[in-house]
Design a protein around this ligand. Structure first.
Ligand SMILES: CC(C)(COP(=O)(O)OP(=O)(O)OC[C@H]1O[C@@H](n2cnc3c(N)ncnc32)[C@H](O)[C@@H]1OP(=O)(O)O)[C@@H](O)C(=O)NCCC(=O)NCCS
Length: 164
């Protein structure tokens, strides 16, 4: 897509991320995890501004059901596009970049958890080839607000095989 750059975040992106997308604690935490090679924070940029992100969770999942049924499967988490840049293919491009990175790293599938009420996101994931797993929805947790409070959500888990 024209004018779109997707790359892993760098520690010095933290101020831009927070100014544009908020969520101080979340981005600081994910950058720390990335430094420790526990995940990858992919960011999308246009005209020098960050317009979206997705975090690849490479650690064992927080949700026990996902750990049980999908051991070792990386998770696409926290896909978020700035409201002014939605419905222009940026989310699709970020997911594509995430999947390519995981394929190169040797993963044969990827999963995600989407809140059962988030129809728009589920529709996008379905179009991109994700399918609901054959198990019930799971309790998952929002990333946490600036006070560190996390909301419990009910999420469908969706899985996609990656072409080797
Ligand atoms: C869900 C979300 C990440 C999607 O990001 P996005 O950049 O709008 O996604 P895309 O533009 O790639 O695709 C969205 C839709 O726009 C359509 N689209 C893509 N390019 C388009 C264009 N140029 N013109 C019009 N529509 C377009 C896509 O076909 C897609 O339609 P579909 O849902 O019917 O498949 C975004 O809406 C968002 O940040 N939501 C809030 C956070 C959230 O819910 N995240 C998901 C957590 S699981």
């Amino acid at each position: 897509m024209r004018d779109l750059t997707i790359r892993p975040a760098r520690p010095d992106d933290l101020t831009s991320l927070i100014q544009r997308l908020g969520q101080d604690r979340f981005f600081a935490d994910r950058l720390d995890r990335q430094t420790d090679q526990r995940g990858v924070l992919l960011t999308a940029w246009r005209a020098g501004l960050v317009i979206g992100d997705v975090y690849l969770w490479l650690e064992p999942a927080e949700e026990p059901e996902i750990r049980e049924h999908l051991p070792g499967t990386p998770l696409v988490t926290h896909l978020e596009i700035h409201p002014e840049h939605r419905r222009q293919g940026v989310g699709t491009s970020l997911i594509g970049a995430a999947e390519q990175l995981l394929t190169v790293a040797g993963h044969d599938q990827v999963a995600l958890a989407v809140e059962v009420t988030n129809r728009a996101a589920a529709k996008l994931y379905t179009r991109l080839g994700y399918q609901e797993w054959p198990h019930p929805p799971v309790k998952c947790y929002s990333p946490g607000d600036d006070n560190g409070h996390r909301r419990v959500e009910i999420c469908n888990v969706m899985v996609k095989p990656l072409a080797g």
